[in-house]
Design a binder for this molecule. Structure first.
Ligand code: GDP
Ligand code: MG
Length: 440
């Protein structure tokens, strides 16, 4: 997949103390191949790679926590930008109802998405939507929408399959006005391929209903085809947005990356499953992270870059590697980490951290941190540096001195031991990964 491909490229850069121009060029060559293989439009790839190279080489890479991560961050930023930067919201008409036309090829997920969108608008925005059955060609298409409407308890407007879709759409808007419904979602017919008859009909519906949104529903699994489809629909109808469906499947990511760049039309929603609640607003940043396969780790890096003293962090890393980590460092690190924000949040952002044994039952709140600090401050210098010396009588003294209990002191020392063990393992793991990587 694109994610794993990019991941292994970046694993080679990560942890590198210094990144040369040649390293970046080498990595970008792999990024280029990965993107092309994921079916991203070749022109999009070319522009993308050039932009990343320019930024990665041009900036003061050495100031970052580690240069490899810096390059990754640039790639992530540019991926985000490629998909439109920020989230694109659905238009709202200032004279209700807001009319949304759903268009797309057969099987893309139009009818399903129409139901999901109605459910989303009602649930998240307290709106009153109306579903409109304008697919009069496909047998059972009307029935399909009615079933969804029933299931969601959202009204469905239909006039059978003998009335023209244009007339149905017009009447539906009248109906919505009478009933004081504020969104009209028009489910249109699709074809297996784009043809003129279909486009003609959609243009007529557009002319009569003057929709606030024309959303193209495309199947993310179809890769480059999805982009071609988007381009033709956009040429004929001037789309206002795209809904990318079936992102829950194993897509290559190419469609998500190219649609906006090629058509200029933002992706507004993502379909994440067949159920009616499986629709999410599309966040370019999250998609970029997903493509890079790193969860929210980039947010973490950004936070770290802003808040943590780089020199101190490096020193700490050295100590961790050599297992010289002491309670004093622990205290120092806690102070650094606290500057970044709530601890649980930070831990959750670290990949694999929430799954790590032992950490799961450590409930972290700021009060608890205060107590941990108090415990460490009640240790003598020797105890802080050589925790193995802390026997039961010392524990008793520390508990008393810090106003905590022996249980709390025991727990902290146990956690500290676990943490040290984890660091040793982690060091071994990263060393191994480094040896496997191609860079010297
Ligand atoms: P239409 O012909 O464009 O109206 O497509 P449908 O709404 O009938 O959907 C076609 C098929 O795709 C159905 O089996 C849907 O359940 C499925 N589908 C739609 N959206 C998604 C999605 O986001 N994820 C998955 N896994 N399946 C989807
Ligand atoms: Mg349909």
């Amino acid at each position: 997949s694109l994610a794993s491909r990019l991941q292994s490229t970046f694993d080679k850069l990560r942890g590198k103390g210094k990144v040369s121009e040649e390293d970046v060029t080498k990595a970008m060559r792999e990024v280029r191949l990965a993107l092309l293989e994921a079916d991203v439009n070749f022109k999009v790839v070319k522009d993308f790679v050039n932009r990343v190279k320019e930024r990665a080489i041009g900036q003061d890479v050495l100031k970052s926590l580690t240069p490899g991560q810096h390059v990754i961050k640039v790639v992530n930023d540019e991926l985000t930008e490629l998909m439109g930067g920020g989230q694109s919201k659905l238009a709202v008409s200032n004279r209700p109802p807001t009319v949304v036309m759903m268009v797309g090829l057969q099987g893309a997920g139009k009818t399903t998405t129409t139901g999901k969108l109605a459910n989303y608008l009602r649930g998240k925005q307290n709106r009153k939507p109306l579903l409109v059955a304008c697919d009069v060609y496909r047998p059972a298409a009307i029935k399909q929408l009615q079933v969804l409407g029933n299931q969601l308890d959202i009204p469905v407007f239909e006039m059978g399959n003998q009335t023209s879709p244009v007339e149905i759409a017009r009447a539906a808007i009248e109906h919505a006005k009478e009933q004081h419904l504020d969104y009209v979602l028009i489910d249109t017919a699709g074809r297996l391929h784009i043809d003129e008859a279909l486009m003609g009909e959609l243009q007529e519906i557009k002319a009569i209903t003057k929709p606030n949104e024309i959303l193209l529903v495309v199947d993310a699994m179809t890769g480059q085809d999805a982009v071609n489809v988007a381009e033709s629909f956009n040429n004929q109808l001037e789309l206002t947005g795209v809904v990318l469906t079936k992102l829950d499947g194993d897509t290559k990511g190419g469609a998500a990356l190219s649609v906006k760049a090629v058509t200029g039309t933002p992706i507004k929603f993502a379909g994440m499953g067949e159920k009616m609640d499986a629709l999410e607003p599309f966040y370019p940043e999250r998609m970029a992270s997903r493509i890079l396969g790193m969860g929210d780790v980039l947010t973490l890096i950004e936070k770290a870059q802003v808040d943590v003293d780089v020199e101190k962090a490096k020193e700490l890393e050295r100590k961790m590697r050599n297992a010289e980590f002491t309670f004093e460092d622990f205290l120092e690190q806690m102070a650094q980490v606290r500057k970044m924000g709530p601890l649980d949040e930070l831990l959750n952002m670290m990949p694999g951290m929430n799954k790590m044994k032992g950490l799961k039952d450590v409930k972290i709140d700021d009060g608890a941190i205060g107590r941990v600090e108090a415990i460490i401050r009640s240790m003598t210098i020797v105890e802080k540096q050589q925790p193995e010396l802390i026997n039961s009588s010392r524990r008793k003294r520390i508990a008393k001195g810090s106003g905590t209990t022996i249980q709390e002191v025991n727990r902290l020392i146990k956690q500290f031991d676990d943490m040290r063990k984890m660091m040793k393992q982690f060091t071994k793991m990263t060393d191994k990964a480094k040896k496997k990587g191609g860079f010297k």
